[in-house]
Design a protein around this ligand. Structure first.
Ligand code: CMC
Length: 479
């Protein structure tokens, strides 16, 4: 990180540093964000950790027709269920495993994030999400996800400096927005603009070069707020607002979203803090659909910006990051607490595929710790904003209460997930529905780049190429 922050000018041939130099004069005189960590060096626990070992449990696969057996290698991680290596099945037995939706399949080994769905535990690099939410900030968490350890004060300053120096958007890239209709969904614009970054940074996309990978990672985390805010401004028909290097990450995000050139705008620190907390909670979630998409696309060796764009697109779906937008739409449609029973009846009847959005999770079967934190945060933020009786929040609380007593949700272990309450806070901050998933994408960019880095650095990386159970026509002649 230090090397990148002190990088010579030749690295930034994209124009970032030139642009900053032009606008700001001597970039080294620009002040650092205000919340720099003041602690001294951290005593990193660098003792050798046994990450992966053979499990004591043994498994064997037996073909009951032929009697042929194979011993299956079983591996234990540091915590969590063992995995059975089924790589030899095809070679030994000529069969594949079948697990649509990856219900019981670990697609990779990873050291970044751990979830225990029954216990409601979420750890980033071993640190509980509750502690990070309470004591850390989004950029420090991003560093942790990327590097594996919390930074000391100098490391954090250096990282923040680097992120701040990469926030600007190339002017040619900014012109791409004009090709979009004013009512284009911002996720469509963000996916396209992120993919277009691949056309701007040919100098630093050698995925086998550590430094190039690091610069790419910093650019993604740095530029996504700028790209996202520009999508919002384009929809409004307002001029794009340049990033401000004197603001911290989330204050700058709010500044780019809400300020206009014709009058002063002061970021409310409470808003910035609330956004920062939401970003921490959304920063990573191990092998979720969008992260797996980034890994799968990236495993081909494609341009990393293209891989991140694929992740943005995967996140957009309502079963994943698009749920936050869908929750608010749902709450507005329900409209009143008196309509909750009628709505839940439709959900339980599965009429027209109606789901209780923001409920249920593939991994959490007890509670989602992020939802617990966000629900509490809603109380605090809305109270401080003078919206303690926010009707949508009251409706959401009542909906949760009724659903959690209902046999349908109890028997299926369906609980509020991270997206059930996040939209209420975004809305209280003045962020429109269509931008909710974009905000999620900004936060998840930290996880995406951490996973992409981990995968590319793995000497055993292979192209991700699933197999299938073919059920189409057998060979036939064209007549
Ligand atoms: N409302 C009503 N029924 C549900 C819901 C829901 N939100 N979620 C699951 N079910 C039912 C589902 O119909 C099925 O019932 P049955 O056994 O009768 O067929 C059972 O619960 C199991 O559901 P599933 O779809 O097999 O579970 P899954 O692990 O494949 O899906 C999920 C997980 C998150 C996609 C799903 O719970 C869902 O669609 N939730 C609503 C969308 C949502 O909030 N997504 C955000 C997820 S958290 C943030 C993120 O990942 O980005």
């Amino acid at each position: 990180v230090r090397a990148l922050a002190d990088a010579p000018r030749k690295v930034d041939v994209d124009g970032d540093r030139r642009a900053h130099s032009h606008i700001l004069g001597d970039a080294t005189q620009v002040s650092l964000p205000v919340w720099s960590r003041v602690t001294g060096s951290r005593n990193h626990d660098r003792q050798a950790i046994e990450w992966k070992r053979m499990s004591n449990d043994k498994y064997q696969l037996k073909n009951l027709t032929t009697g042929k057996t194979s011993d299956l290698e079983t591996l234990s991680g540091t915590v969590g269920p063992d995995v059975i290596n089924i790589g030899s099945l095809w070679r030994d037995h000529g069969v594949f495993t079948f697990d649509p939706g990856f219900l019981a399949t670990a697609s990779t080994e990873s050291r970044i994030t751990f979830i225990d769905g029954d216990a409601g535990t979420l750890l980033y690099r071993g640190y509980p999400i509750e502690q990070l939410a309470e004591q850390s900030n989004f950029l420090e968490v991003s560093y942790l996800l990327l590097k594996g350890e919390l930074p000391d004060a100098a490391e954090l300053d250096s990282f923040k400096h680097s992120i701040t120096r990469h926030t600007m958007m190339n002017q040619s890239l900014a012109r791409l927005y004009s090709g979009f209709h004013h009512n284009a969904h911002p996720m469509a614009m963000v996916a396209a603009i992120v993919a277009s970054l691949a056309a701007f940074y040919h100098d630093t996309t050698n995925i086998n070069d550590d430094r190039h990978r690091e610069i790419f990672s910093h650019r993604i985390i740095a530029k996504l707020p700028t790209i996202a805010a520009a999508a919002y401004k384009h929809a409004l028909g307002q001029p794009f607002v340049y990033p401000r290097n004197d603001l911290d990450y989330c204050s700058n995000m709010l500044h780019m979203l809400f300020s206009v050139p014709c009058e002063p705008y002061t970021v409310d620190p409470l808003h910035a803090k609330a956004l920062d907390l939401l970003f921490i909670l959304h920063a990573d979630h191990e092998q979720n659909a969008s992260t797996s998409t980034v890994r799968l696309a990236g495993s081909t060796g494609c341009n990393p910006y293209a891989a991140i764009s694929a992740g943005v697109s995967a996140l957009w779906g309502p079963a994943h990051g698009g749920a936050n937008e869908a929750v608010l739409d749902m709450l507005e449609k329900i409209g009143d607490v008196s309509k909750v029973p009628e709505f839940l009846t439709r959900v339980k009847d599965k009429a027209g595929g109606v789901r209780l959005m923001g409920f249920g999770h593939r991994v959490y079967k007890n509670f989602d710790p992020r939802a617990t934190i966000i629900r509490e945060m809603c109380h605090q933020v809305l109270a401080k904003l003078g919206q303690a009786n926010n009707p949508l929040f009251e409706l959401a609380l009542r909906l949760e209460e009724i659903a959690l007593k209902d046999e349908y949700f109890i028997s299926r272990k369906l609980y509020p997930n991270v997206d059930f309450y996040s939209g209420i806070i975004y809305r209280a901050l003045g962020i429109p529905h269509s931008m909710f998933t974009v905000m999620f994408a900004i936060a998840r960019s930290a996880g995406w780049v951490a996973h992409w880095q981990e995968m590319i650095a793995d000497p055993e990386m292979k192209i991700a190429r699933p197999r299938q159970l073919y059920t189409g026509p057998v060979k036939r002649d064209y007549v």
